[in-house]
Ligand binder design. Structure first.
Ligand code: XMP
Length: 517
């Protein structure tokens, strides 16, 4: 008899991060499912037939529990003996349900905060007196009934973490899933193994690839498909999976829209010439540049690029007789484009929010749509993709077009290409490269005075952006040494005559995003 999997249910109270919580738990080889915040006891009973439900995590979400229609927890769940961990909004909802005092804050905490751990037990076991965490809240838990114990506080938040004295119920005002919460992973470990006593009996790799292949086979049937291949890891992995499912019924289409990095098209052609797939390169630079002429608004740029991609794919589909379009869309693209019920639109990723309304395909298929980048990398390793592909920096579909602020002129395109190559040359040579998520440049629409060849020059300001991240939902600016920055700055200003200033972006995500547009 097959033993049931241990499972943690993540209750979705909105916001962007509940899928990330799920992903963090799965990293510990524990299966998770995302369910609605008002899951009924009957639904829990139904899931119990398939799984051992070992714990519930209430996600962060809405800005205030006092907002109209703010999601509430089904109070019957609180009476069950399943361990519960409330995070951010989930922490407040729990406190409210247990008759604690939760009120709007006078001072809104947003970003990195240091909490004082008063009692390092349960979820906080093994933590220091002071811990760096990431918080965002407009309501605060001020007090709780005697059946609770306060485990941590900040200057403005008297109950930043709590536990029930007799039940396995915990609340954390911060987000352990954020990269900025230093010991977030440790907190999840404590909850799933020490509090919920889970057994790590699930492995993503075992069945994910086979399931994706089978699904594509069923969806496409006897017809044909094309796949948009940008050469980035997502579309490359999706291509290999689609090729396994469809063989010669698949054509991979690489669109050179003119905003690729220096040497990119050649590198991709070389990599994919080694695979047995139908591979087409479409030179579409002129049509993209023409459509983008004079456009300055970032969302408009993204939508024009998204639409033009589709038009190119439609033309290629006619040539190959394809009915379906496959894309390498991953979960953060969907979340950031505001496609999830409870998340806002941060930017329209070209392959999600940037799509036109009318599309001449039977359907768009997205085999990776539930995965994060680090999960895609794991799949890539199992598929034995070349290392140069697995370790490539993520590169946005709209390419360098979203790294040029203001109108896209030939001059700015040249500057961003050249400066990007300099940053890559200098960082690729250091051990730093392996630790960074992305490193690139942005050409701003601001000019600043400089002096070159003893003459005044009113030139471009170029930004160096380098970040660390695990899945792009949050990121921190990289602490690159001044020596490396100095070398990059000197090369950019020496090798690109139009640039007078080079600056370094020291903003985390949030509040910034990784790309500038
Ligand atoms: P942001 O700028 O939202 O970026 O912090 C998160 C990650 O997504 C990449 N990115 C994109 N990738 N199509 C893509 O395929 C897009 O339209 C797009 N926009 C941003 C970005 O490079 C970063 O890794």
């Amino acid at each position: 008899m097959q033993t049931k999997l241990d499972i943690i249910l993540v209750l979705d109270f909105g916001g962007q991060y509940c899928h990330l919580i799920s992903s963090r738990i799965r990293e510990h080889n524990i299966y998770t499912e995302l369910v609605s915040h008002n899951i009924s006891p009957e639904e829990i009973e139904f899931l119990k037939e398939k799984f051992n439900i070992k714990g519930l995590i209430l996600s962060g979400g809405y800005t205030s529990i006092y907002e109209q229609n703010a999601p509430k927890i089904n109070s019957i769940i609180l009476e069950s003996d399943i361990p519960i961990l409330g995070l951010c909004y989930g922490h407040q909802v729990l406190a409210q349900a247990f008759k604690g005092k939760v009120e709007p804050v006078t001072y809104e905490e947003y970003g990195i905060t240091y909490v004082t751990v008063d009692k390092p037990v349960g979820v906080l076991e093994g933590l220091n007196k002071e811990e760096k965490v990431w918080m965002k809240h407009s309501d605060t838990v001020y007090s709780l009934p005697d059946t609770f114990e306060v485990l941590a506080h900040t200057n403005t938040c008297p109950v930043a973490a709590f536990m029930h004295k007799n039940k396995r119920v915990y609340g954390l005002q911060w987000c352990p899933e954020s990269i900025h919460t230093e010991k977030g992973n440790h907190m999840f470990y404590n909850f799933i193994f020490n509090v919920c006593e889970c057994e790590a009996n699930w492995k993503m790799e075992e069945d994910t690839i086979e399931k994706m292949v089978q699904k594509l086979k069923t969806e496409v049937g006897n017809e044909k498909a094309i796949i948009g291949l940008s050469g980035g890891i997502d579309s490359s992995v999706a291509t290999v999976i689609a090729a396994k499912a469809l063989n010669e019924k698949l054509t991979a289409v690489y669109v050179d829209h003119g905003f690729m990095r220096e040497g990119e098209t050649e590198a991709i052609q070389e990599t994919f010439s080694k695979f047995k797939i139908n591979f087409v390169v479409v030179q579409a630079k002129e049509r993209f540049i023409k459509n983008l002429a004079g456009i300055t608004e970032p969302e408009q740029k993204r939508k024009i690029i998204g639409e033009e991609f589709i038009r190119v794919f439609e033309e290629e589909a006619i040539k190959s007789g394809a009915q379906y379009l496959i894309q390498g869309t991953i979960y953060p693209d969907i979340i950031e484009s505001g496609a999830s019920k409870n998340s806002g639109n941060i930017k329209s990723h070209h392959n999600v929010g940037g799509l036109p309304e009318k599309i001449e395909f039977k359907k768009i298929l997205e085999p990776l749509r539930d995965l994060y980048k680090d999960e895609v990398r794991k799949v890539a390793k199992i598929l034995e993709l070349p290392n140069e592909l697995i370790n490539r920096q993520p590169f946005p579909g709209p390419g360098l077009a979203v790294r040029i602020i203001g109108p896209l002129t030939e001059e700015k395109i040249r500057i961003v290409k050249r400066s990007d190559k300099i940053v890559r040359d200098e960082i690729d040579n250091t051990i730093l490269a392996k630790t960074l998520w992305q490193y690139f440049t942005v050409v701003t629409d601001t000019k600043a005075t400089g002096v070159k060849n003893d003459t005044r020059l009113y030139g471009y300001v170029v930004v160096i952006r380098a970040v660390k991240s695990r899945e792009a939902m949050s990121a921190s600016f990289a602490r690159i040494s001044y020596d490396v920055l100095e070398k990059i700055s000197a090369r950019i200003t020496n090798e690109i005559p139009e640039v007078t200033h080079v600056v370094y972006d020291i903003t985390h995500k949030p509040p910034a995003t990784i790309e500038w547009e």
